[in-house]
Each structure stands twice: as C-alpha cells, then as structure tokens.
Design a binder for this molecule. Structure first.
Ligand code: PFF
Length: 473
C-alpha cells in the first residue's frame, strides 16, 4: 500500500533535482573540498574522492532516495515503517535517529562557517581587498591572513553572523517544501555555476594555472597515506583515505536523512536513477571547479595549499582584489556561497523538523524555532574553537569543531551509508526495491547498482574503516 507525505511533494522531477543539488552543493564543495585536498596533498585525495563518489556513494544515494520514496515521511518514521514492512528489528529506527543527530551536529558548525561567508559579503562590497592590487607580492599573504584572523579570533563577531545564518535558515524551513525551498534553488544553482565559470576563466589566466591543475590531478599517494610526513618521520595513516570517503558522503549529503527526506517528497513516477545521477554529476563538477579556481591562486600568490580551514577565505579575495569588476564579482560570489550554504542547511534540519511535525505536537513554525535554538547553542562550541577554546583539545589532538566534523563526516555518515546498503541490499524485498526505483530487477543498470550496493559499498566502507584504525599496518 502506498503512503502519502503529509508535508507535500515537489512539483516536478526537476524540482527534486534542484533541491537535492542545492543540498549537496554547498560549503562542502567550495570551502571544505579544496582545503582538504590541500592538506592531503592534492591528486591522490582527489582521485580517491572520485572513486568513492562513483563506486560507493552513487549506489548509496539511490538507495537512500528510494528509502525516502517508500517511507514517505521523516527518516525516523520512514525507517520505523520500513523495518515493520520488511519484518526486521525495530532497532533500524536508530538509523533515522543517528541521521537526525548528525544533522544537528553538522549544522551547528556549518552555520558558523556560513557566517564567515556572510561576513565576507560587506568586506568585499566595500572594496577592502582592492588594496592587494598595489601590494608587493610578499605582503599579500600576510594581508589576507590578518583580515581572516581578525574575524575568527573575535567570538562576538562570529556569534552575530552565526545567529544571522541560523535565523535565515529557520525562516526558510518554516516556509515549507514548495514555498521557500523550491523557488530559491531554481535561480540560485544556475547563478552559482555561472560565477564559478567566470572564476575558472580568471584562474586560467593566472601564470600558475597548470601548477594548480597538476597539484589536483597528479597522483601522489604518498601524501595521502603519509599526511604528516616531515624530514624526520613518516607515520603511516589511513586517515587520508577515511577523509576522502567522509568528504564524499558529506558533499553528497548522504547517510544523514537529508536525501531520504527529500526522496519522501518525490512524486511516485520519478526515476530515481536519473535524478540521482544528475545530482552526483552537478555536485562533483562544482567541487572540481572550486579546486581549479583555488589552487592556481594559491600558487600564484605564495599561499600554502595546506593552509586549512581559512584557505578559500584567503585565496578568493586575492583574485577578486586583482581582477576587473572584482568588487562586484566578489560580492556576488559570497552572496551565492551563502545561498548555496542555505540550500544545504535547510536540508540538514528538515529531517528533524519533519519528524517534530509528524509527532502532531508542533506546527512547522514552532518545530523550526525549537530546533534552530538547539543548533545555535551547540554551534557556540565551534565559535569558541577558533578563539577562547582553541587550545581545548579533548580527544586525539582535535579541538571541538574538528572533533564534531571528524565524528560526523568520517564516522557517522559512512557508517549510516553502510547500514543503508545492508538494509536495501540484503533485507528489503527485491520486488519492492525494483518497484520504487521504477525499474525491472532484470535490467542491466539495476543489476550493476544492486551488485555495487550489496558487495562493493559494504566492502569499501569496511576496508577504509579498518585501515583507519590501523588493522592493516
Ligand atoms: N552537502 C553539503 C555540502 O557539501 O556543503 C553539506 C551537507 C548537507 C551535509 C546535508 C550533509 C547533509 F545531510
């Protein structure tokens, strides 16, 4: 028997593609992917990331959309229903819960970083970075460093921007599926793509474009396997592989319920394989473009590719400071980055808001306010990680922000992905799966997907996990 979503549906297949692309494309592509690729040495990270996207994440994404389409409600209630329907343990509902918790944790820091992007809008609009035009090249890096540091070292500024971003997110979520979301992503995603292409054009004109290109596509597995290499010692670590896989899950918004809840709003006749492939393609292209923009600027201006979380906030303003109409393009870019972050942040909180509404005790508005307040509070840990608590490293030498990021991206998301693969690949009836995918279980595409999901995904995720905890070393 087919269920109906109480939250409404996307008006078309295209609306789902845009919303899911909006969820996938965000800070993960433009902020996180380049700095992680920089920290893990470039090419090897990029290639491993691409492999994870294709053989592990694409099959999981189809499975996750399919679960949502079958369950037709928040991930918590969908998993409860699906566990009953499949006659499996009630404990499968924990998959929905872990997604909801991961969403809170991710959004808590996501909002702080999106706050940086918000803060950069007036900074660019006022032409601060035009100063780099007349600077000797040796002064450029310290100049951009100082602007970035004066932001992150100031908790009051960070809290204000974090609060602003959470409020905008909650207003959009309170607006509902069609009203806020669908309309926003329809113009935003194409606009972001155009600005990115302009920036690629600029990066290609810098003298170090090829160096940037090589950095991204030259495979140097040593840097991935030995990220902490120095002259004295090279410590073997599976962390680079784990980071690449975690980033693939994060970038595609997988294992968290976002994609599942968006799948719940999908019309019955939509083809899951086509829409997911489109989303994966768009998301991966944006990440690669972001890298192609950032690394040439890094090499042309004496910055460090491994500079960490501030990388994008230091490289791009240099480009905007130097290019014609840079103030205009720069402002536009950071506005679009905020919007891209917004279309992701709403998907981070939607699973919880949808669940609260389904309990029957809250309206969408109160559910949004309540969850926004909790996320805001947890976000303070990230705010302080960059200043007053920067030396507080409770576990593994990581501060609270790094710990939350590590735990969610590298552990919770891939682990949920693994469980999704097991549930759909091994426990659900093949006929139901094929029906929801609008496919015949004998078709060639279906059989490849099913094989990847049943064997390759669980194997791949397990190997990367085991490697990271040092089983093979
Ligand atoms: N995919 C988003 C990005 O790359 O910025 C972040 C994200 C959104 C992660 C939704 C997880 C999620 F469920």
């Amino acid at each position: 028997m087919s269920r109906i979503s109480i939250h409404g549906e996307w008006s078309s297949r295209m609306a789902f593609i845009l919303a899911a692309t909006g969820s996938a494309v965000g800070l993960g592509n433009i902020w996180k992917f380049p700095y992680m690729a920089g920290q893990y040495g470039g090419g090897a990270f990029v290639i491993t990331y691409l492999l994870c996207v294709i053989i592990i994440c694409l099959p999981v994404m189809m499975a996750e959309v399919m679960l949502g389409k079958r369950g037709k409600s928040s991930p918590i209630n969908s998993m409860q229903h699906l566990a009953e329907e499949t006659k499996q343990s009630k404990l499968w509902v924990l998959l929905g819960w872990s997604g909801a918790i991961a969403g809170f944790l991710i959004l808590s820091y996501y909002s702080v970083i999106a706050g940086w992007a918000l803060a950069y809008v007036p900074e660019l609009a006022s032409g601060t970075f035009s100063a780099v035009k007349n600077m000797p090249s040796t002064e450029i890096a310290p100049f951009v460093d100082s602007i970035f540091n004066s932001l992150v070292e100031n908790p009051v500024k960070l809290i204000s921007w974090h609060t602003g971003f959470i409020i905008i997110t909650m207003i959009m979520v309170a607006g509902g599926v069609k009203g806020g979301l669908e309309r926003a992503v329809t113009f935003m995603m194409p606009a972001l793509f155009i600005v990115l292409l302009v920036l690629v054009g600029y990066a290609m004109s810098t003298p170090d474009f090829m160096q940037g290109f090589h950095f991204m596509f030259n495979i140097n597995f040593e840097n991935l396997l030995y990220p902490n290499c120095n002259e004295q010692a090279c410590e073997l670590s599976g962390d680079g592989l784990l980071a690449a896989m975690g980033q693939a899950f994060f970038s595609l918004s997988l294992g968290m319920g976002s994609i599942m809840v968006y799948g719940a709003y999908l019309p019955k006749d939509a083809s899951v394989s086509k829409v997911t492939t489109a989303v994966v393609f768009a998301d991966t292209s944006v990440a690669i473009l972001a890298g192609l923009i950032i690394f040439p600027i890094v090499f042309s201006n004496g910055l460090e590719p491994g500079a960490g979380v501030g990388l994008v906030f230091k490289t791009l303003p240099i480009a905007f400071g130097q290019m014609p109409f840079g103030t205009l393009f720069g402002t536009l870019f950071f506005v679009l980055l905020v919007l891209a972050a917004l279309s992701s942040s709403i998907s981070l909180i939607e699973p919880v808001v949808a669940w609260l509404v389904e309990t029957g005790k809250f309206t969408r508005i109160t559910a949004s306010i309540l969850s926004g307040m909790v996320v805001w509070l947890v976000g303070l840990t990230t705010v302080f990680s960059f200043n007053i608590w920067s030396e507080f490293k409770p576990l593994g030498g990581l501060n609270l922000f790094e710990l939350i990021d590590y735990l969610t991206s590298n552990i919770m998301l891939p682990l949920s992905g693994l469980l999704i693969a097991i549930f759909v690949g091994w426990l659900m009836k093949k006929t139901i799966v094929a029906e929801e995918l609008n496919s015949s279980s004998f078709s060639f595409g279906y059989r490849i997907w099913y094989f990847l999901l049943r064997y390759i995904t669980p194997f791949g995720v397990s190997i990367v996990f085991l490697n990271a905890i040092g089983v093979f070393s």
